[in-house]
Design a protein. Structure first.
Length: 202
């Protein structure tokens, strides 16, 4: 299951197990996975969460050591509760959908944002799921843009950024991204987005 998980992603899961041991829990729940991402102290998920002032201490205080899932006997290894296992399976699918070769902490975070328990926790912290998703997507696109060596590929990334901003209702940012795509080879395809969706002459 974890063959394509990055070193940081695996370490975050190990830290989630440590969270359970420290609080006397017997199963790793989705709350502990979130705590593991924060305890890691690095990685894209940590950067997105910390930029929204979400801290490990705050998460710990809100979930109070609870775990979502069935009970199990205490052993050397702390097994995953069913919801947490499903989160990690979904994280792998998130990576595939985003055309990423490996599953990182960012994909675990995106998967956690599908969980009602986690959404309620973030709501208490005053942060929306959409805000966090946007943070992850923007970071991934920025990283991909920096790694692009081909101009045509860069135009594609700018087009994806434009669509993201358009979806989020950030009209001026969408126009700016599409116009950058238009200046690159292969970017003329985005002129229709400017004309039809945004009402701007290309």
């Amino acid at each position: 299951m974890f063959e394509r998980f990055t070193r940081n992603a695996i370490q975050a899961i190990v830290l989630a197990q440590d969270e359970c041991r420290g609080s006397g829990q017997v199963l790793v729940g989705v709350e502990q996975l979130l705590a593991g991402l924060l305890a890691l102290g690095e990685g894209l998920a940590f950067e997105v969460l910390s930029s929204r002032n979400i801290t490990l201490a705050a998460v710990r205080s809100l979930h109070n050591g609870s775990v979502s899932g069935e009970n199990a006997a205490i052993g050397g290894e702390v097994p995953l509760a069913a919801p947490a296992e499903q989160v990690l399976v979904q994280a792998s699918l998130e990576a595939v959908e985003l055309f990423n070769e490996s599953t990182g902490t960012e994909h675990i975070l995106l998967s956690l944002l599908r969980e009602a328990v986690v959404l309620r926790l973030f709501e208490k912290l005053g942060v929306s799921a959409e805000e966090l998703k946007t943070g992850v997507w923007q970071s991934l696109l920025t990283i991909r843009l920096g790694a692009c060596s081909e101009q045509v590929e860069r135009s594609l990334i700018y087009g994806q950024i434009g669509r993201l901003y358009y979806f989020l209702g950030h009209r001026e940012d969408a126009v700016d991204a599409y116009k950058k795509a238009l200046t690159l080879p292969g970017g003329q395809v985005y002129s229709q987005y400017l004309n039809q969706c945004l009402g701007v002459e290309a």
